[in-house]
Design a protein around this ligand. Structure first.
Ligand code: CO8
Length: 260
């Protein structure tokens, strides 16, 4: 297997399981453009590698990922966001054909929660916290949150989670059907490996085709939904509230929103 050098992630292979670990600890694994590029390169490399049958995506005990990188986004405009088209990279995550198990501990917020929901199976530590706090910084989920969360937990819960921006615990996420299993924090990666090993014993081609078929049933008009979400996300970069919300986060103060 060709080994690429990454700055924001770690990769390894054991027992036919390819493991990608998000590794930007200083900013709780905030998903910068560079990190997403590396993540996609690693996932695609594992997707091509015949020695890998299942992929695990994980972070640290403290954070899976606390969202997209707010520092990187705070001064963007609608047009600069459109031109950068960073979602092209995000789209490649959902094109991966092998199953991806998310092993989640600590914060899985905003883009972090959306990345988790793009995975196929979710194992959570008891300390995991899921949420879409974008509303607190004057924007909305932009990487599939309004679509994937709603499909999993239903309209009313999705409204509550996205409109209040509050986090939910691993146990609450489990009760809502968002996560497969909740385990003590010291076991979350082992549990993901146990599940991965079981799947790795099956026919790889059957596993791939099963994943494709399940996603077909799930993704009905997902593309339309994603398009609306993306346009609205870009549009918010024309608002004063987005500037105020993101600056207030970086300046560690409460945001004051005016609706402009
Ligand atoms: N982006 C950039 N830096 C971050 C982020 C982030 N999302 N989250 C945390 N950090 C940084 C902090 O600024 C801090 O840096 P420093 O030490 O330099 O001050 C460091 O990480 C540690 O964070 P805290 O001191 O805040 O740690 P706490 O334990 O006090 O709080 C929280 C942890 C609650 C997770 C808090 O950091 C937080 O609220 N983070 C932001 C969560 C958030 O709003 N996420 C949503 C972001 S928007 C988004 O994800 C849109 C996705 C759409 C895709 C876009 C693709 C282009």
């Amino acid at each position: 297997m060709m080994t690429l050098t990454y700055r924001n992630i770690l990769t390894s292979v054991e027992d036919q399981i390819g493991i990608v670990t998000l590794n930007r600890p200083a900013v709780l694994n905030a998903l910068s453009h560079e990190l997403m590029g590396e993540l996609v390169a690693a996932l695609e490399e594992f997707d091509r590698d015949d020695n890998v049958r299942v992929i695990i995506l994980t972070g640290s005990e403290r954070a899976f990922a606390a969202g997209a990188d707010i520092k990187e986004m705070s001064d963007e405009s609608t047009i600069s966001m459109l031109n950068k088209n960073q979602f092209a990279t995000w789209d490649r995550v959902r094109m991966v054909k092998k199953p991806i198990i998310a092993a989640v501990s600590g914060f899985a917020l905003g883009g972090g929660c959306e990345l988790v929901m793009t995975c196929d199976i979710i194992i959570a530590s008891e300390t995991a916290q899921f949420g879409q706090p974008e509303i607190n910084i004057g924007v909305i989920p932009g990487a599939g949150g309004t679509q994937r969360l709603t499909r999993v937990v239903g309209k009313h819960k999705a409204m509550e989670i996205i409109l209040t921006g509050r986090s939910i615990t691993a146990h609450e996420a489990h009760a809502l059907g968002l996560v497969n299993k909740v385990v003590p924090v010291e076991l979350f990666l082992d549990e993901a490996k146990t599940m991965a090993k079981e799947i790795a014993k099956k026919s790889p081609v059957a596993v791939k085709l099963a994943k494709e078929a399940i996603l077909k049933s799930f993704d009905g008009s997902l593309c339309d939904g994603l398009e609306v979400e993306r346009k609205n996300f870009y549009m918010l970069f024309s608002s004063e509230d987005q500037k105020e919300g993101m600056r207030a986060f970086l300046e560690k103060r409460q945001a004051t929103f005016t609706g402009r």
